[in-house]
Design a protein around this ligand. Sequence first.
Ligand code: AKG
Length: 276
Amino acid sequence: MLSENQLSEFKENGCLVIENFKPSEELEELRQAALNLVKDFDTSSHTEAFRESVGWNATEYFLSSGDKIAYFFETNAFGDDGQLTSPPEFCLNKLGHAMHDLHPVFDKFSRDPRLEEILGDIGVDAPEIWQSMYIFKQPRIGDPIDWHQDATYFSTRPQSVKAFWFAIDDATQENGCLWVANKCSPLRQHFVIEEDQTVMKTLDKTPWPDLEDAKPLEVSAGTLILFDGLLPHFSAPNTSDLPRHAYTLHVVDGKSKYSKQNWLQRQDDFPVRGFT
Ligand SMILES: O=C(O)CCC(=O)C(=O)O
């Protein structure tokens, strides 16, 4: 699937941009599926948990979302009275984290045989899809995502996590496209569960790259960005009037050892799956 040039680009930069990967019909099908989930989401059925379900807040709601379709809001989604300031479709941050296993449209989009081929090309022989996220990055209130490496959240021995990031809309600097470092670097942090508490452990004190050593990935809808779990990346706030929907998958190699301290674990009755 990947050419020699693409393979060497991925090896060198920890990142590969593949334009026109998904046709517009598939993008629209996924967008519609996400919006239908939002339409069916009964905000009155959620009490405190959903008010706390903002960004990466490690609440019980977040920590138990690894095998569910859960709803996470932008930081500014709630007014002083604790009520949503606009309907959920305009202030949700993302849906996560198991749409790929629980929803037929997400399942089909995620289990595209070409993704498995790409993973084989880069040496992930026994892929396991641990997480899916539909990220809304709302116009004007879309929160920034700070510098991080995905292996912080999906640690394996040896490190193997790879991210697939699909642009559902055109992504620009104005609407908060991804920024990536020029290359992979040592894993700085591990987000772990320790004695029922979540802890961000420092593993390496290498500073995050300067902006001059990062590049914005301005891409059209349908583009796939593949990146390594050790590649630092972030996205700035969406200050524009346009949405920047994206869909991501995090995949590890089942031949590596998945850390028991990772926040996302699956139970025997709902095990992690690959592409079949
Ligand atoms: O889409 C974004 O804004 C950031 C996504 C991201 O950083 C991730 O999936 O790890």
